[in-house]
Write a protein that binds this ligand. Structure first.
Ligand code: MET
Ligand SMILES: [Zn+2]
Length: 784
């Protein structure tokens, strides 16, 4: 198991950027120089290299351990992280970020730091986790995606009466903790404008109210936070990714003018990321803030020259992909940007910890270890016969794996090494462009499809689920056993078939109308397909935080995508053979497969997605040929890939829709195509959702508001939130359904939960679904 260093590192000496200035006159605060370090990162993963935080959280939530153990786990992880980063070469004062750790979510932490804790949570036994996950009778705050990533944050609620108050305890404690370990860190706070822009108006706020109306009150609190930090930290990093979205906004100008004018404050580094922040730079430059961090992976933003003479952190090492940085291209970007320091394009939160231990890439699935709780799916062709399925001539697309990869640790080493090399003029890298025009495929008109689907014999308000049923410990143990050679493949497959039979029987007993097989064979809805498609590699331990304690292991898409054999047909047909009711075949859509994978950055995203669409299309065709009449192609990530900048959105949506239709248009009129979207503020892309032209769309509605009015094909607004263990009451479901009927014709309304049930227990699922069936039955009576 060899250590694969991504770049020659310069461990052993402090990096020095060879040219450029380090930002204004050096001053000394308690012996800490205010010079900005030559190398830094904007943030780091926090779940733990062995997912230690996940395990500590889950054991705390289950009541197996107490608060002290949870806090100790956090302390240990922070100490380990700082020590490792120091070892990798981030040694100058202020090079290490602090306050980037979070027990659940950094946006929730920011809300807590400014006192934005809604009144109803204040009495809870543990208000923090009550906001994050709900508590008895108290639903959690909403959750949604963090910009265009697959990380989810808790949406703060801010109203006209939110009593802001500074609580600097967490950043101060982390600073002190690091100092005690010998590290002078740079505290990171979410910036005030991004915090307000990501917040929603508290329920009950008057109609025209926007959280941004409270900017001045919030700035008072930020002033207090900054002055509390000032005696202990030379620099504070304020994260304002919103600058990329609404750079020209007067809020940014106003906020930073006020913060920069504070007398007792540390130096301010404003970190912009997830794209080109050019429009925001003039306001930040005149504020004046002391330094700016910019994402250079999208090119050099305009107006950066306004920062000449100040700290410019050039984010050349991507925090969004897992590929090595081309040092020449990076140095050319640093030179063109006039960067005075080297950084990551954003926090490294979005990439796995380390390539160490991934010695089996690209065929790591064969080596999945028994300790790993989610090894590769054993029946995957890659797992069963790693050598056999590789067509001749394709090896070249894999050349460079894993030598071409860099995870968080390797990226830190790159930052350090680039800082030592310094900028160098050279040609700037070009972004890949898709070639050729795009045709959009169509099925028969909806009216004809609806007619052809009548013989499915569904009642009004059909009840269904989103696909997955609880993933039990036994299933995971069986996967681990077969991976470790303790269980023969045939035994595992028989186990999956038994599980499918159980799931079918459960659904028949509950009285659902459209059944699912339950997805017991899938470790993950994207990874499972990636394991069965050429062109993807999967990791052993490449976990990335999705929300709270939930992690995913994004596959690595490195070459041409091809489906060597049918993937889901045997499970779907097995399920259908056990029941007279229709079984819905379950597939993950091309946009989601691509969105939740790490795509090689030199491949145009559109072309890659269309290739994946062709593979899904073959699966749709095979399911249909095998007698499956209803096929769901999930696209929960449709909105996630939406470019942050308005100008680029239309082009993206056009190809995303085209890819989905390519995947589904092989279905004959009598085959009912469903799609599913969740936690995605799908309302923003409503016309694209409509353009997918699915016969039925199920969509999260319980936890994030979604207006389904005007849909003239089947629509299933989720009737309860599956992210929380809370069982919904029958009455509450009934009133949701009646409310939906105010805008949706009864012949169009479907009844389903918000999302899949894999994270729930059977007890919760039975209780919840029986209330759903009862509620649907009652409402059905009144519409017949
Ligand atoms: C994140 S969307 C999940 C859809 C998938 N079919 C499931 O039920 O788990
Ligand atoms: Zn979902």
């Amino acid at each position: 198991m060899s250590r694969r260093a991504a770049t020659p590192t310069s461990i052993g000496h402090e990096p020095r950027l060879s040219i450029g200035k380090t930002g204004g006159p050096a001053a000394t605060i308690r012996g800490v120089t205010t010079d900005f370090p030559a190398a830094t990162i904007l943030g780091y993963p926090r779940i733990g290299p062995g997912r230690e935080l996940k395990h500590a959280l889950e054991s705390y939530w289950a009541g197996r351990t107490g608060r002290a153990a949870l806090e100790e786990a956090g302390r240990r992880l922070r100490a380990q992280t700082w020590a490792r980063l120091h070892e990798l070469g981030l040694r100058a004062p202020g090079a290490l970020p602090s306050n980037t750790f979070s027990q659940y979510d950094h946006v929730l932490d920011a809300a807590v730091a400014v006192g934005a804790v809604p009144e109803r949570y204040r009495g809870a036994a543990d208000p923090y986790f009550a906001m994050a996950r709900g508590a008895d009778g108290l639903p959690p705050l909403r959750m949604t995606k963090w910009f265009d990533t697959n990380y989810h944050y808790i949406v703060p609620e801010i109203g006209p009466r939110t009593a802001f108050a500074a609580s600097p305890d967490k950043p101060l404690a982390e600073l002190a903790e690091a100092r005690a370990l010998g590290h002078a860190t740079r505290p990171v706070l979410l910036g005030p404008v991004t915090l307000l822009r990501l917040a929603r108006a508290a329920p009950g706020a008057p109609g025209g109210f926007s959280p941004l109306d409270r900017l001045d009150d919030l700035l008072d609190v930020y002033g207090e936070l900054l002055s509390a930090l000032a005696p202990h930290a030379a620099w504070v990093q304020l994260d304002e990714p919103i600058a990329v979205v609404d750079g020209g906004s007067p809020a940014l100008r106003h906020a930073y003018r006020r913060l920069a004018a504070l007398t007792a404050r540390p130096r301010l580094l404003v970190a912009t990321y997830f794209g080109d922040a050019g429009d925001a730079l003039p306001a930040l430059a005149v504020a004046p803030v002391d330094g700016i961090a910019v994402d250079l992976t999208h090119g050099v933003p305009r107006n950066l020259g306004l920062f000449e003479g100040r700290t410019i952190v050039g984010g050349v090492v991507s925090g969004r992909d897992v590929w090595r940085t081309d040092p020449d291209a990076a140095r050319a970007l640093l030179a063109a940007a006039g960067a005075t320091a080297v950084g990551t394009s954003c926090s490294l939160l979005h990439v796995p910890y380390t390539l160490r231990g991934e010695s089996a890439l690209p065929e790591s699935s064969k080596a999945a270890s028994p300790e790993s709780s989610e090894p590769a799916s054993p029946e995957s062709s890659k797992a069963a016969s790693p050598e056999s399925s590789e067509p001749a001539g394709r090896e070249s697309s894999k050349a460079g794996l894993p030598e071409g990869l860099a995870f968080a640790e390797e990226k830190v080493a790159e930052v350090v090494s680039l800082a030592a090399l310094g900028p160098k003029e050279g040609p700037l890298p070009q972004r890949p462009r898709a070639a050729g025009t795009l045709g959009v495929e169509s099925r028969a008109p909806y009216a004809a499809r609806e007619q052809a689907q009548r013989d499915l014999g569904l009642p009004p308000l059909p009840v269904t689920t989103i696909g997955s049923f609880p993933q039990t410990g036994e299933l995971r143990a069986a996967r681990a056993a077969v991976a470790a050679g303790r269980l023969p493949l045939a035994g595992y497959e028989a186990r999956i078939e038994e599980e499918i039979a159980r799931v079918i029987a459960e659904q028949e007993a509950l009285g659902l109308d459209v059944l699912v097989h339950g997805e017991p064979e899938r470790n993950d809805m994207v990874q499972y397909f990636a394991e069965h498609l050429d062109g993807f590699a999967v990791t052993r331990n490449g976990w990335v935080q999705s929300y709270g304690s939930r992690c995913t292991r994004p596959p690595i898409l490195h070459g041409d995508v091809r489906r060597p054999a049918p993937i889901t047909v045997r499970w779907a047909t097995h399920a259908q053979s056990l029941t007279a009711r229709p079984v819905k075949g379950m597939l993950t859509g091309p946009v989601t497969i691509v969105a939740w994978s790490f795509v090689r950055p030199d491949l145009p995203l559109r072309d890659v997605t269309l290739q994946v669409a062709d593979a899904v299309r073959e699966e749709v065709r095979d399911l249909q040929a095998a007698g499956i009449r209803i096929i769901q192609v999930d696209e929960p990530a449709l909105r996630e890939l939406l470019p942050l900048r308005k100008e680029e959105q239309e082009e993206y949506l056009a190809w995303a829709v085209a890819a989905y239709r390519r995947a589904t248009s092989a279905a004959s009129p009598g085959t009912q195509i469903h799609t599913h979207l969740c936690y995605s503020d799908a309302a923003e892309v409503l016309s694209a959702v409509d353009a997918l032209d699915a016969d039925v769309t199920s969509i999260e509605a319980a936890r994030s508001a979604f207006a389904v009015a005007g849909f003239d094909r089947g629509i299933g607004p989720g009737v309860y939130d599956i992210h929380s263990p809370r069982v919904p009451e029958r009455d509450e479901i009934e009133s949701r359904l009646r409310a939906a009927l105010a805008t949706i014709h009864p012949s169009r309304l479907w009844v389903n939960p918000d999302c899949g049930l894999k994270t729930r227990t059977y007890d919760e699922v039975r209780a919840a679904l029986s209330n759903v069936v009862a509620a649907a039955g009652a409402v059905r009576q009144s519409v017949r």
